[in-house]
Design a binder for this molecule. Structure first.
Ligand code: SF4
Length: 107
């Protein structure tokens, strides 16, 4: 598994979290070109997309997921459950979600 940073910060302001205080309640997306280049340069097919909140900016996340889809990698990341309220975002994640849910069901 390889680690690729996709962004920092979070636009939420949870009182118990240091991220919003550290980055000023803003999300800072990394260039998709650089993310794609990092993935292509890696010999691995499994990635952890390092991000405080991968879906903090849903438009950015949708564009990123669509861009990396042709690379046929498997990835994981962390983000807020607000993603469940965004059908377009879920569709952009759909194939990888299906792969993940298949693995979860394995004994
Ligand atoms: S959503 Fe997560 S990363 Fe964002 S402020 Fe809340 S706990 Fe921190």
């Amino acid at each position: 598994m390889s680690l690729v940073e996709t962004g920092r910060g979070c636009n939420h302001n949870c009182e118990f979290c240091s991220i919003s205080r550290f980055y000023g309640s803003r999300y800072h997306a990394r260039s998709h070109e650089l993310i794609e280049a990092d993935i292509k340069a890696s010999p691995y097919k499994y990635f952890f997309l390092v991000d405080d909140n991968l879906v903090a900016n849903s438009r950015n996340a949708i564009e990123l997921f669509r861009r990396i889809e042709p690379l046929k990698i498997k990835w994981a990341g962390q983000g807020t459950l607000s993603m469940a309220k965004d059908p377009e975002l879920l569709r952009a994640m759909k194939k990888r979600l299906r792969d993940y849910s298949d693995r979860v069901r394995e004994p």
